[in-house]
Design a protein around this ligand. Structure first.
Ligand code: AMP
Ligand code: MG
Length: 347
């Protein structure tokens, strides 16, 4: 049969109606990885083709790099460090992102009664040096640094989008929030490129949108506290959520038989001791990141109290005690096996 132009159009239309859903390619999985924010950032997307996946992930990584340039306390040129150089001076106008992160940090500081506190910078510096030198910080230096800590000395004005650090010498540290925020921001960029099924993992801070096709969620694995190099033993299936794990598994120093974490109790200026891990599931990774750090500071008993007033959070807390690993879990569905075909778990 020879088809005229008109007939061909009709034929194609019918073919499209009949076979459209079948011919439309099922999105494929693409994975990319780049170093940012002192960790390896992984982006996993389901996209119709490689070019779309590549363009979208490139834009997502670029967004993360821009945020790192703004919020790093390792880069003296960052917007954050410029702000800190004005500590004790007048309010400083900052970017939307930095303002948003600081505003969120202040909300979490209030909710956790100061267990999460981005003004902890001066004390963090001393403990970082202690980890490098494997010797405890000087007590006088620690006391002087501790006087500069306190989220109430950080003033934000949403109207003028300005930030004021009330005391000279104050130093902000966004190490407990920036990775979660960056993961959320990257997910938003991917959406703008039409990608609705994605995962962004910035170290232990993960943001996910819709699940892989045909699956209940993204599999996230939690490694056992007493053998962190072993494969995960507990699994979560998540969608449209943030999940973060905080603890001393990777960053700690042992001095005179005591284990000191990179997480600081801002109320005492002391590094957390002992061995624990907290996984938080929240509506977004900014919240899960901050809350995982805060819950670590609060410890398993205070964390239980706070968890009951924050029903939107899922919590899994594990702490090494003399009699073994003590755990607390709430509002979280853990399974012993990864669910669905996407078996490679995120850790
Ligand atoms: P995370 O790994 O998300 O628990 O964040 C830990 C990092 O946040 C540390 O390396 C510090 O840079 C910073 N930090 C430590 N303790 C606190 C705290 N209590 N509140 C806010 N940030 C903290
Ligand atoms: Mg955190």
């Amino acid at each position: 049969m020879i088809l005229g132009r008109h007939n061909l159009a009709v034929f194609s239309m019918i073919a499209a109606i009949v076979s459209g859903p079948i011919l439309r390619a099922r999105p494929q999985r693409f994975e990319f990885s780049q170093p940012h924010m002192g960790t390896q950032v992984r982006v996993v997307v389901y996209a119709p083709d490689a070019a779309t996946a590549w363009r979208a992930s490139r834009a997502a990584f670029h967004r993360i790099a821009v945020l790192d340039d703004s919020m790093s306390d390792y880069k003296t040129s960052s917007e954050l460090m410029r702000l800190c150089r004005n500590a004790g001076g007048p309010p400083v106008r900052v970017s939307r992102d930095l303002f948003h992160v600081l505003a969120r940090a202040q909300e979490i500081a209030q909710q956790t009664n100061g267990a999460f506190d981005v003004t902890v910078g001066p004390v963090v510096r001393l403990w970082r040096r202690a980890r490098r030198r494997v010797e405890l910080p000087d007590q006088n230096e620690l006391q002087a640094a501790q006087k500069l800590v306190g989220y109430k000395n950080l003033r934000l004005d949403p109207g003028s989008r300005t930030v004021q650090l009330l005391k000279r010498g104050m130093l902000l540290d966004l190490g407990g929030i920036a990775k979660g925020y960056a993961a959320d921001a990257a997910l938003t960029v991917l959406k703008r490129y039409g990608i609705s099924r994605a995962l962004v993992a910035a170290g232990g801070d993960i943001a996910v949108s819709a699940p892989p096709p045909g699956e209940a969620g993204w599999n996230v694995g939690i490694v056992p506290l007493d053998s962190p190099s072993q494969p995960p033993t507990r699994f979560l299936a998540l969608q449209h959520a943030g999940v973060s794990t905080s603890g001393d598994a990777e960053q700690f120093v042992e001095i005179a038989g005591q284990r000191y974490s990179h997480i600081i109790d801002p109320r005492s200026g002391q590094a957390l001791t002992g061995h624990s891990s907290v996984t938080i599931v929240a509506p977004d990774a900014t919240t899960s990141d901050t809350m995982a750090t805060a819950f670590s500071v609060l410890g398993i008993d205070e964390a239980q109290e706070l968890a009951t007033s924050l029903p939107h959070l899922g919590v899994f807390f594990a702490r090494q005690t003399a009699s073994g690993v003590r755990t607390y879990e709430r509002g979280i569905h853990l399974s012993a096996m990864p669910q669905g075909a996407e078996t490679r778990p995120e850790r």
